[in-house]
Write a protein of this length. Structure first.
Length: 347
């Protein structure tokens, strides 16, 4: 029993598959090139953001555990509590400037140790803010498992969700700086002055103890010893107000320059990715080609040769079933293209 349909199916489908594969390959190459260009540009910006986010200092020995066990900054917990506390210590300075409200005589200022601890905690918090998710800066210190968890968290994709979290934190910090910059700078200045005074007292104590072990020396020799051995260490004082200012300046640059550029590039990449959908379309195309090749090319050849070699006969409806089954993907694709073209705004 000869079947003209079975004899023609392999040639028809082979030709159509070849044309379709060539067309899809051209489209896939163009789409992939566009996506790769936007991906390369996005990676370049992300690398620039990582460099910009990397702090140039580290204030260790903090008194609070600011990083959770999962390697993420406890932003909505201890971090915000610390910010509210530190900007409230000298908050009267900002009230005086904005509202003309004089300082309350009963306003209590924490002890020297509390000022030092809170200021150092704030600086350390800022370090981890920019070196942990959702930011991407590199930390100057490595603390074993904690650092590994932080880096694992930062390896997540730089998507819109991550960008929104950065915007949320930057927006909050910008608001804090706008309303409390004088109080925060004052905190840094007071911490610097207290530590400088303590270092000076410590240096003088060490110098006096050193002189006790040395026979009588002239006044000139004492001055020489002080300048050479004691004064350098007593002058190596961290300027906390400058550190705080630099961190908040980084926040403002993030808000004005970094975030708009990063947001624009992520939107461009996501737009091309959504428009072309290279991965899903490629998988769909391969599955359709495989379906047509198996039923429209291989199956007819097997049936024809089985009839000739083994004298096997088939149901008379089988060629029609194969014809309609293997033609359905073409009809479906053409229908989808027709709907897309009709929905275009072009004339």
């Amino acid at each position: 029993m000869q079947s003209y349909i079975l004899e023609m199916l392999p040639a028809i489908h082979g030709t159509i598959i070849g044309i379709g594969a060539a067309f899809f390959s051209a489209f896939a190459m163009f789409a992939y090139q566009k996506l790769q260009e936007t991906k390369d540009e996005l990676d370049k910006i992300i690398l620039e953001v990582e460099t910009f986010s990397t702090p140039s200092n580290y204030i260790g020995s903090g008194n609070i555990k600011i990083i959770n066990d999962d390697g993420e900054l406890d932003w909505d917990g201890k971090a915000k509590e610390l910010i509210f506390y530190t900007k409230g210590i000298y908050s009267y300075l900002d009230y005086e400037e904005k509202y003309g409200i004089p300082r309350d005589n009963y306003h209590q200022v924490p002890s020297e140790n509390e000022i030092i601890n809170s200021c150092r905690d704030l600086c350390q918090m800022f370090h981890y803010l920019f070196t942990s998710y959702p930011f991407s800066g590199k930390s100057m210190v490595h603390v074993g498992e904690i650092t590994n968890k932080i880096n694992e968290k930062k390896s997540l994709p730089f998507d819109k969700k991550r960008l929104q979290e950065i915007e949320r934190r930057i927006g909050f910090l910008s608001w804090c700086w706008e309303g409390s910059n004088k109080s925060l700078i004052k905190l840094g200045q007071e911490c610097t002055n207290i530590e400088r005074k303590q270092n000076q007292e410590r240096a003088e104590k060490n110098f006096n103890e050193m002189l006790k072990k040395i026979p009588e020396v002239s006044k000139e020799e004492k001055e020489r010893l002080w300048v050479r051995f004691i004064q350098p260490s007593s002058n190596q004082q961290i300027d906390y107000s400058q550190i705080i200012y630099d961190y908040f300046n980084k926040v403002l640059i993030y808000q004005e320059k970094v975030l708009p550029k990063l947001k624009e590039m992520i939107n461009v990449h996501d737009t091309f990715n959504e428009r072309f959908k290279v991965k899903s379309l490629t998988i769909d195309a391969l599955l359709i080609f495989l379906f047509i090749f198996l039923l429209g090319v291989i199956t007819p050849l097997v049936l024809l040769n089985a009839q000739k070699d083994y004298n096997i006969t088939w149901c008379s409806q089988l060629p029609y079933i194969l014809l309609f089954m293997t033609s359905f993907p073409y009809i479906f694709i053409w229908f989808k293209l027709l709907m897309k073209i009709k929905n275009l705004n072009y004339k």
